[in-house]
Design a protein around this ligand. Sequence first.
Ligand SMILES: [Fe+2]
Ligand SMILES: [Fe+2]
Length: 272
Amino acid sequence: MKVTCVVDNAVCDHSTFWGEHGLTFLIETKSGCVLFDTGRSGTVLLHNLELLDIEPEAISALAISHAHYDHTGGLPTLLDQIARIPLYAHPDLLRERFSRREELKSVGLPLEREVLEQRLAFQLSAKPTEILPGVWTTGEITDRAEPEGRSAHHLVRGVEGWEPDPYRDDMALVLETGKGLVVLCGCCHAGLLNTLAHVRRTFGVDITAVAGGTHLLQADEAHLRRVIEVLRELGVPRLYLNHCTGQRAYVTLARAFGETVAPCPVGTTFEF
Ligand SMILES: [Fe+2]
Ligand SMILES: [Fe+2]
């Protein structure tokens, strides 16, 4: 199994890959390829796929971590390039999302449900679901005893008006490698520690690596100390951190775990 970071905020110096605020991973297996998220623009996704020599038609399934535009914005461009493939996500993916900073704006899916359903075969479920042999969604991360990866300006329309986004759709992917589990995170709004605890409970196997956005941007010192403590309890999985991890969190984790922690800009690959 091979994982490649196709879209991220960061690219290496002198790289011909393009970067943007967004995330995409490609998972290549013997049984097919899964694209996890689509980045923000679609332009960056297609450019980077081309440099990686990956034809969009080679993608056999699409998985989406959650509705936000930096993970779904590439959908319209991508859908013009591929046949009707399955879409794996949580049913709440289809819920409208908003952000209110200076003004209120929509930050969810770029396409209407009807259009998406025409172009993709919906496999929406809150339960852990196997996409290809050894490639799973986590299912909904219901138990959130540890801090979530929240942003105060993320809202949804509730029965009685605006409410904080519950991020019910936020899921990660789990790869079964034979030498433990690899967890691929989108934005970790459900919380990194909640996600890892859920994976450990659901799959009952050690986690050997974690990659992606961990949403520790606003994590204070106590939260980061707790992350370090839990990662130690888990046997210190390898960490390939990018997207919404935040510089302070990255440095704190790299100080704690040394070479076990690595950045994960566009073009990073790891094989299991
Ligand atoms: Fe997000
Ligand atoms: Fe994100």
